[in-house]
Design a protein around this ligand. Structure first.
Ligand code: ADP
Ligand code: MG
Length: 779
């Protein structure tokens, strides 16, 4: 049943940590009974021997076999958390980090002081913490502080098959850290855990591990799952199909939970609402009604349908922050990474409900995104309804535009989904697509995230890491790293060092560094915080049922856009555009006391504002520690910048977003073919196609000649969002790397500046690959 590749390796290196102690854990009888049912329990001996005897171990097993909850406990019992050491476990999703830490604490009868978690802003880690669950982004940030990760004796990388960017990078780094720790006489164990797919990605990659690590496969009971394909060609309306299928299963098939896979939060809500409407569950007192029924002895009529219990389980996959986002907004720092901008509590609640058995006479129906594929196991699912769709981010490396698209998932993940039906007994999987489509249109695996997202933010962080690594051994300088982008080969400058210390994307780091030089830091901090958080304005009309509601929303939106115009002000403030509006929004909301009511009134997203507040505080601290002489005191309410300050801010934004410059296209004669289509169009530095200022921007129809934008969003057209106006003569000064300069002009003649020791001359230049000619500047 168990398969251990490379067993010979096990006996080597016996000298390494060999725990003699067995730390006892006081579990309840009930928990112990549940544990004994898990397939992984029977493998504890072989798993621990392999880990003890090898620096790196790969452990794979079906979802639900007990990897995440049990392996940390095995390690604890084997003494890996003694003498103040910590067992570190990383998860690509924060909801998994939180819920698994809770579950393990409960199983071990220990408190959250000992079994803790850490995600972006929150955690309950204490000096007593022995097992720490964290997102992979958090551990990556820790590597930057202590490259050797000295406080850990073992690191468990969970869900490695998901190939999330940070997990991939962590495994790469750990493959270097593990030998270094051995050299220092303080060995670190690495355990890579994955579902039973893609193991070769890690074992057969010779650049990762010099010695092929042993692989332990945990078998688990998997009952047969009958796959039913749709005969017809797939429907556009897969949500409607899913709805019909759930109704049919519920009305015609025997007991057993239903799990439906859709692509995003909105779909989860829509489908849930529709089903709740069709099968209303006993609302106020679901249990009471059932007991009453028993007391009075009235048998339910045979043709009565049982109630359906619906759980709205909309934990978002990591990727799905919000739709249609472009590189910059997304390419936040390692630290700011994994967040959906939502507080986790709602998801946690939903999750507890999923583990609860539904009341008698009802059926559990879980509507989920692909988070339910492998990271969370729900008991008693018998029917899986698979739309076959997944929402992923597609990133165009050339144009730097990224967009979320719904597409077919991979064969591997469709099979994972089907597997969810066979955990507790034989099950059925209804695929809402034909077998021909499955065979012809589904990829074998989903491509790793690292190939689907911009990497500029990672590059600087990685370079900084390599520099610290260089202090320890010769940097490995992987080839692909050099090839990815020319910029990477540029030397890391002192400014770059400062930039990399900030927990935000390097372009924002640059803005922070410049803000210091102009004493504008409080504004820049607020701005960067706002830019790092997704979707602070609620622009989209939510689905509303009645006409009256729609009308009310429309009115509210109009009012909000009017307020935004007044916030933008005039002069340099107005030219600062949407970023000025962001600043004002932050200040005004704080001034109002940070209430959610204010957000409703002004079209702001409350959770985004709370996130901004946290990030501002965090950035203020970081700035103070990186640049101690800055001595920034955070004033939440912030006076609006003066006209001069607003002008300097525009320059700082240009310096940070320099590759997001666009220039207005000359107006075409009225009768020209494209005149209407190209009205108010801009040519951007990066895209061939024309782009337009988003109608929600305060600079819409402003006819500003040069603008910088935060991101481009593709809907009916390519729209620039987060727009600021800049001046042509600033380009050669702030975005020098995109300019081609002329020979120095003779009129006026070059002169020697004694104070700086430079020759000052006038030069003209052209900008970008479109060769826009720029006015002469003194350089
Ligand atoms: P794996 O990591 O191999 O997918 P897990 O360790 O996550 O497996 O899960 C093992 C078992 O523990 C599963 O049967 C799952 O249903 C159960 N489980 C996990 N979390 C909870 C919880 N909070 N409450 C009850 N059961 C849980
Ligand atoms: Mg798991």
């Amino acid at each position: 049943t168990k398969e251990v590749i490379n067993v010979a390796k096990i006996c080597e290196n016996r000298k390494e940590i060999k725990p003699v102690l067995h730390i006892s854990v006081n579990r309840s009888a009930e928990i112990q009974e549940q544990r004994l049912k898990l397939p992984i329990l029977g493998e504890e001996q072989i798993i621990m021997e392999t880990i003890n005897d090898n620096p790196v171990t790969i452990l794979c097993g079906e979802t639900g076999s007990g990897k995440t909850t049990q392996v940390p406990q095995f390690l604890y019992e084997a003494g890996y958390a003694l003498d103040g050491s910590i067992i570190g476990v990383t998860e690509p999703r924060r909801v998994a980090a939180i819920s698994m830490s809770k579950r393990v604490a409960e199983e071990m009868n220990l408190s959250t002081r000992e079994i803790s978690y850490q995600i972006r802003y929150e955690g309950n880690v204490t000096p007593d913490t022995r097992i720490k669950f964290m997102t992979d982004g958090v551990l990556l940030k820790e590597v930057q502080k202590d490259f050797l990760l000295s406080k850990y004796k073992v690191i468990v990388i969970d869900e490695a098959h998901e190939r999330s960017v940070y997990t991939d990078i962590l495994i790469g780094l750990l493959s270097r850290i593990v030998p270094l720790r051995k050299k220092k006489g303080n060995p670190l164990k690495l355990v890579i855990m994955s579902a039973t797919l893609r193991v070769e990605d890690f074992t057969d990659n010779i650049r990762l591990f010099k010695v092929k690590p042993p692989v332990i496969k945990v078998d688990s009971r998997q009952f047969p799952v009958t796959i039913h394909f749709n005969k017809n060609t797939p429907q556009e309306d897969y949500l409607g199909e899913a709805y019909k299928k759930v109704c049919k299963i519920h009305q015609q098939l025997p007991d057993g939970g239903i799990l439906v896979f859709v692509t995003g939060q909105q779909e989860v809500h829509t489908l849930c609402a529709k089903l709740k409407h069709t099968f209303p569950f006993h609302k106020a007192a679901k249990h009471v009604k059932l007991t009453k029924c028993i007391k009075h002895g009235d048998e339910p009529k045979t043709n009565d349908l049982p109630d359906i219990k619906l759980e709205d389980y909309s934990v978002l996959p990591i990727d799905e922050q919000s739709e249609l986002k472009v590189a910059d907004n997304e390419s936040e720092s390692l630290f700011v990474s994994h967040d959906t901008g939502e507080e986790p509590s709602a998801d946690e609640e939903a999750e507890d409900l999923v583990f609860e058995a539904p009341p008698d006479g009802s059926r559990l129906c879980v509507i989920a995104t692909n988070v339910a594929e492998t990271s969370l196991t729900m008991p008693n699912i018998k029917y899986v309804v698979d739309t076959g769709k997944v929402k992923t981010r597609f990133y165009d490396k050339v144009t730097a535009v990224s967009a979320f698209k719904v597409a077919w998932t991979s064969k591997a993940s469709a099979n994972q989904r089907a597997g969810r039906a066979g955990r507790t007994g034989p099950g059925h999987c209804y695929r809402l697509y034909s077998s021909a489509v499955f065979n012809d249109s589904f990829e074998k695996f989903s491509p790793p995230e690292i190939t689907r997202r911009p990497v500029d933010d990672l590059v600087l962080q990685m370079k900084r890491l390599l520099v610290s690594l260089g202090a320890l051994e010769k940097p490995p300088a992987p080839k692909s790293f050099k090839e990815t982008k020319g910029e990477m080969c540029a030397k890391i400058t002192p400014l770059g060092h400062v930039m990399a210390c900030f927990p935000v994307s390097p372009r924002y780091g640059k803005m922070l560094s410049l803000g210091h030089q102009h004493q504008l830091l409080p504004y820049v901090i607020a701005m960067v915080a706002a830019l790092s958080v997704q979707e602070i304005f609620v622009d989209n009309l939510q689905e509303s049922t009645t006409e009256a509601e729609k009308e009310e929303q429309k009115q509210r939106r109009l009012k909000a856009s009017h307020v935004r115009k007044t916030w933008a002000g005039f002069g340099n403030s107005l030219l600062l555009g949407d970023l000025m509006v962001m600043l004002k929004a932050v200040g005004a909301w704080e001034f109002d006391g940070g209430r959610s009511h204010f957000c409703d009134e002004h079209g702001l997203r409350y959770k985004a504002m709370v996130e901004i507040r946290k990030l501002r505080a965090q950035l203020t601290n970081t700035v103070n520690s990186v640049i101690p002489e800055a001595e920034i005191v955070m004033d939440p309410q912030m006076k609006p910048p003066t006209d001069l300050q607003a002008r300097l801010m525009r320059q700082i934004i240009l310096a940070g977003l320099g590759d997001h410059v666009a220039r207005m296209l000359p107006e075409l004669p009225k009768d020209a073919d494209n005149a209407q289509k190209l009205k108010n169009a801009y040519q951007s530095l990066q895209l061939e196609e024309p782009v337009f200022v988003h109608p929600g921007s305060v600079l819409y129809k402003s006819k500003a000649q040069y603008v910088v934008y935060q991101c481009v969003e593709e809907t009916s057209k390519l729209y620039m969002k987060g727009v600021t106006a800049v001046e042509a003569e600033w380009l050669p000064l702030f975005v020098m790397n995109h300019c081609q300069f002329s020979k120095p002009l003779d009129d006026p003649p070059p002169k020697f500046d004694q104070s700086s020791g430079n020759v000052v001359c006038h030069m003209t230049s052209t900008f970008g690959s479109h060769f826009w000619s720029l006015p002469a500047v003194e350089l």
